[in-house]
Design a protein around this ligand. Structure first.
Ligand code: NAD
Ligand code: UD1
Length: 337
């Protein structure tokens, strides 16, 4: 089978490419490189011995994308913008890239008679927890434009399936993907100051920042700091291979990809310190606006439908992040992203 991967040159996409190539799929990556890396695509050959075709293009260029996907059997759709804070400041960019881009993709798929799709959604669609763990039936009330674009796309996919029951769609709701490929050749190397916890801790360990700001220690959690369901990027990527395998019958199914286990900010600090052998100095500062105290997945549907569950531990996530972080000190910056 040949898989068309939008956004395949990004952090999650490149890790999915590794798993697909290793499983024996052919792949075509379609990416505008606004946040992707050609170097990371080259690293796929080193890791897997196989190559991915890269076509540089925007998902909003429907004609180009339609041409690029000719001959493919299924699509994994990751392309889009993903920064929550930026989405509050630039909502139109988010609706245009994410929603308009997805409409172009779906029309191009129809034109090519490709009706098998795995879509990257986010746990952010749940919004503030009414009940934990988040199961797929939890109310969907995203609190920021980024999350709203994901919910709009999910709704479009549900409507599309109702209009034409030949579609085979899995909507994957990711929890907090972290870590890097164990080779250390691909990973996440955000431009500028990272917003997310794991990349920031990694940069503190690497000496790029003096200390970590811990956003609040007065939450109703065991140690007072925020709790999240961190999932190793390789586990997450393997979930996509399982999702493709599960798409033998028409459906439109949302599925959580998480571990079901929550860890606090201070749990991460401790685990990363152990993995890297570095002290991670931190300071407690006020809560970050819009943050939720605690959330984690009910991963049972993924186990049931995809026959998939996460197997890597928090220590694995920290070790592989540190391995990647240590290597980007001595290779060109563009290798990660
Ligand atoms: P990323 O920014 O590393 O990858 C996204 C890729 O899409 C980039 O390579 C970028 O160049 C490309 N892209 C963006 N807009 C495009 C467009 N209009 N046309 C073509 N290519 C375009 O992000 P990621 O972390 O790998 O996330 C991938 C997907 O997973 C996104 O849809 C994101 O919303 C979703 N997701 C990510 C997380 C996370 O924590 N990283 C969590 C939940 C969901
Ligand atoms: C964020 C996004 C979410 C996205 C997820 C991916 C927001 C509001 N949500 O979620 O849409 O899917 O990333 O991983 O941005 N923290 C610190 N210090 C820091 C950074 C974070 O203490 O420098 C704390 C936060 O308060 C939180 C935890 O670490 O308790 C995790 O934060 P982060 O990595 O940003 O992820 P989320 O907030 O869960």
């Amino acid at each position: 089978m040949k898989i068309f991967i939008t956004g395949g040159a990004g952090y999650i996409g490149t890790h999915i490419c590794v798993e697909l190539l290793q499983t024996g799929y052919d792949i075509v990556v379609y990416d505008n490189l606004s946040n992707g890396s050609t170097e990371a695509i080259h690293q796929l050959k080193t890791i897997t011995g196989k190559t991915a075709v890269l076509i540089i293009g925007d998902i909003r260029d429907e004609a180009r994308m339609s041409e690029a996907m000719r001959g493919c059997d299924a699509v994994i759709h990751l392309a889009g913008l993903k920064a929550v804070g930026e989405s509050v400041e630039k909502p139109l960019d988010y609706y245009d890239n994410n929603v308009h881009g997805t409409l172009c993709l779906l029309r191009a798929m129809q034109a090519n008679n490709i009706k098998t799709l795995v879509f990257s959604s986010s746990a952010t669609v749940y919004g503030d927890p009414v009940k934990l763990p988040f199961s797929e039936s939890h109310p969907l009330q995203p609190t920021n434009p980024y999350g709203k674009t994901k919910l709009v796309i999910e709704d479009i996919l549900r409507d599309l399936y109702h209009s034409d029951s030949k579609w085979k769609i899995v909507i994957l709701r990711y929890f907090n993907p972290v870590g890097a490929h164990p080779s250390g050749l691909i990973g996440e190397d955000p431009l500028g100051i990272p917003n997310n916890l794991m990349p920031f801790i990694a940069q503190v360990a690497a000496g790029k920042h003096k200390f970590l700001n811990v956003y609040g220690d007065d939450y109703p959690t065991p140690d007072g700091t925020g709790v999240r369901d961190y999932i190793h990027i390789v586990d997450l990527a393997q979930g996509h291979v399982k999702a493709l395998e599960a798409l033998s019958v028409p459906q439109c199914t949302p599925i959580n990809l998480g571990t079901g286990q929550g860890y606090s900010v201070l749990d991460l600090v401790k685990a990363f310190s152990n993995a890297s052998g570095k002290e991670i100095p931190y300071e407690i500062v006020p809560r970050r606006a819009g943050d939720i105290a605690e959330f984690y997945a009910d991963p049972s549907l993924a186990q049931k439908i995809l026959k998939w569950s996460a197997s890597k531990t928090l220590d694995d996530m920290c070790r592989d992040t540190w391995n990647f972080q240590s290597k980007i000190k001595c290779v060109p910056k563009s290798v990660g992203k």
